[in-house]
Each structure stands twice: as C-alpha cells, then as structure tokens.
Design a protein around this ligand. Structure first.
Ligand SMILES: C=C1C[C@]23C[C@@]1(O)CC[C@H]2[C@@]12CC[C@H](O)[C@@](C)(C(=O)O1)[C@H]2[C@@H]3C(=O)O
Ligand SMILES: O=C(O)CCC(=O)C(=O)O
Ligand SMILES: [Fe+2]
Length: 331
C-alpha cells in the first residue's frame, strides 16, 4: 500500500536572497480605463514595464464572484476527484507539474482552451452534479474579459498611432483565436518556515507566449514582476482590479518596442491565492511579425513565423527559458 505523507517541500524550487530585492511597489503603472488620456499611459507602461494595473473596468462583479465561488468549490473537492479532470495535457487539471518539461511549483490549476467544448468533458465527472455551472461562469467571465482586452489593445494601437486600431484586437476576436484560460490555486504552505525556505515558488519565472494576458486574483499577494534593472518587485494584490502582461507575440509585433514581462508567483505560508488568467492569442495560422508602421525604417529583429510554429516550439521549452531567442535574427 502506498502511504501518502506530507509533500516533500524541500523538493520544490525556492528563491534565494530575495530580501536583497527592493520593492518599488508604488511604481507599477495604474491605468484608469475611464480616463481619455489612458492610451498614452498604456504605451508608456508597455514600454517601461510590459505590465500595468487596470482600474475602472466594466467587467461585471457578478461574473467575477460567480467564477470565484465555482473555482473555490472545484479546488475544495478531494484530490482523487480533481485528478479525474487531469492530467493537464495541456488542458485539464494539473497539480504541481507545470507543462510537460519537468517544471514544478506549489500550485494546482485548471487549464482550458477558450474556444473548445471538449474541455468540459474532462470536468463533467468531477463537477458531477452540474458541470454547466462552471462552464457558464467561465464563459461569462472570459467573454467580458476578452472585451476588455480588446478595448485595451485598441487604446494601445491608438497610442501607437496605428491604423486601423483593431490590428491587435481582431486577432482575439477571430473565431479561431487560440486563447487559453487558467485558474490557479496556490494552497498556503505552512511548512515553509520549517524548511527555512521563505520563498517557495508557486509558479516559476517566465514570460507568457501570447499577445496579452489579463490576470485577476483574490487578495493574497505573491505575484512578482522583473524590472528592466534586474530587480524583482512584488505586486500588491487587488481583487477589484486586473493586471495586464505584455506577451511574447506583442513584443514581436512591436519589433521589440514592448518587452514581454518576466513574472513569477511566490507561495504564502498562511493564505491561499486564487488567480484567473485569460491569455489572448491569435489564430494558429497567423503570421507573427512586426507591424510595418512600427518598423521606422529598421529591419525586423525576428525571423518570420506563425503562431502555430511559435507555440509548438514554446511548448518544448522549460518555463524559465527565453522562448523568443530561437526566433531572433542574428543581425
Ligand atoms: C513549461 C511550460 C508551461 C507552459 C508551456 C511551457 O512549455 C512553456 C510556456 C508555459 C506557459 C506560460 C503561460 C501560460 O500559463 C501557459 C498556459 C502558456 O501558454 O505558456 C503556460 C504553459 C502551460 O502551463 O502549459
Ligand atoms: O497565478 C498567477 O498569479 C500568475 C500565473 C501565471 O503567470 C501564469 O499562469 O502564466
Ligand atoms: Fe504567466
């Protein structure tokens, strides 16, 4: 008989010497979507941080709370029940194992494709009584967050003086858009102190491959972003706001003017963190290349590739790898 003991947290990655990193938490740009001058601030934030916080959005609170409670219900069910919705290959329920290439973190999650019904077959047995509840909650939330992402991308295009302003948003609106939705649950890890590992990794450092990622979490912090100066800063949690990441594809489409932001999540010893992320991606056949109007007479920094080619290559990499380097031109 196999006896399951306490998980061996000393097998998990930790962050060393993070006390040396200053936390310039007040520097994170905050974009008020109701203000007319936001488009220029968004451009600045994408250039400087590849990251910003969004307030005064119009995603209904009702959709957020409904998904929150469905997610809590799911993650509170027994491990044997949850495992029935796994493995994450890449879609499905995953526990501690992230991706297919050996990464681990103190996290459990559900990964879903936003345009495929097949997702839910895996979950039907677990969500048993009524899988429709979580399906409806995800659909309402994702539609609303996708709409906000498109508004942000159109403001961004305006700020960059690109016409038409739907150059980015049309890729998310396409019915073949290859977008992903993720619910992450980081259980508290009380044993952290015992192992003298104050900074256990929940989700290791990485960039997101898509165009844009829109993250919302409960009021437990843990998210950190890497600044241009090489310092990690903690992002204070705010359950009423959204956080936006520039992804690798947007870095390429702006010919490197925007940088996809490196980020990670550290585990809390007392509180659990719940996060929900929409990763807005283009259709698989879409060419990912710098927009001509952003070239300013310069050459593209990147080789030609489609989203399918990039994704195929990205899914062979480890979380912390620089996935774009394989697509950079040697100038
Ligand atoms: C280790 C990996 C997990 C990941 C696929 C990859 O091989 C490299 C990119 C990872 C990432 C990061 C952002 C998103 O969470 C994600 C769904 C994505 O599109 O790329 C994950 C992938 C995953 O968890 O499957
Ligand atoms: O859970 C979070 O807060 C961030 C997770 C993340 O970066 C990801 O899933 O790509
Ligand atoms: Fe991420």
């Amino acid at each position: 008989m196999v006896v399951l003991t306490k998980p061996a947290i000393n097998h998990f990655p930790i962050v060393k010497n993070s006390f040396k990193s200053p936390s310039y938490i007040n520097d994170i740009p905050v974009i008020d979507l109701s203000k007319p001058n936001s488009k220029n601030l968004i451009v600045n934030a994408c250039e400087e941080f590849g990251f910003f916080k969004v307030i005064n959005h119009d995603v209904p609170m009702e959709f957020i709370s409904k998904l929150d409670s469905e997610a809590v219900k799911f993650f509170s069910s027994s491990l044997s029940e949850k495992l029935k919705a796994g493995p994450a290959d890449p879609f499905g329920y995953g526990n501690k194992k992230i991706g297919q290439n050996g990464d681990i973190g103190w996290v459990e999650y559900i990964l879903l494709s936003t345009n495929s019904e097949f997702n839910y077959q895996k979950f039907a047995s677990v969500l048993g009584v009524n899988p429709e509840n979580i399906r409806a909650a995800v659909n309402d939330y994702v539609s609303s967050v996708k709409k906000m992402s498109c508004e942000i991308l159109e403001m961004l295009a305006e700020g960059l003086k690109i016409h038409p302003t739907n150059v980015f948003s049309k890729l998310l609106m396409d019915e073949k858009s290859d977008s992903v939705f993720r619910l992450n649950h980081y259980p508290p890890c009380p044993d952290i102190q015992e192992f003298n590992a104050q900074n256990l990794i929940g989700f290791g450092e990485h960039t997101d491959p898509q165009i844009i990622s829109i993250l919302r979490s409960n009021n437990t912090s843990g998210l950190q972003i890497l600044l241009k100066n090489g310092h990690w800063i903690s992002v204070p949690s705010d359950q009423n706001s959204f956080f936006v990441n520039v992804g690798d594809s947007l870095q390429v489409m702006t010919n490197g003017r925007f940088k996809s932001v490196k980020h990670r999540v550290l585990t809390n010893s007392v509180k659990s963190r719940l996060s929900m992320i929409y990763f807005g991606g283009p259709p698989l056949s879409e060419k990912i290349a710098p927009l001509p109007s952003l070239m300013e007479g310069k050459d593209s920094l990147y080789k030609e590739f489609t989203w399918f080619e990039y994704k195929k290559s990205a899914y062979k990499t480890r979380l912390a790898d620089n996935r774009l380097v394989l697509f950079e031109k040697s100038l």
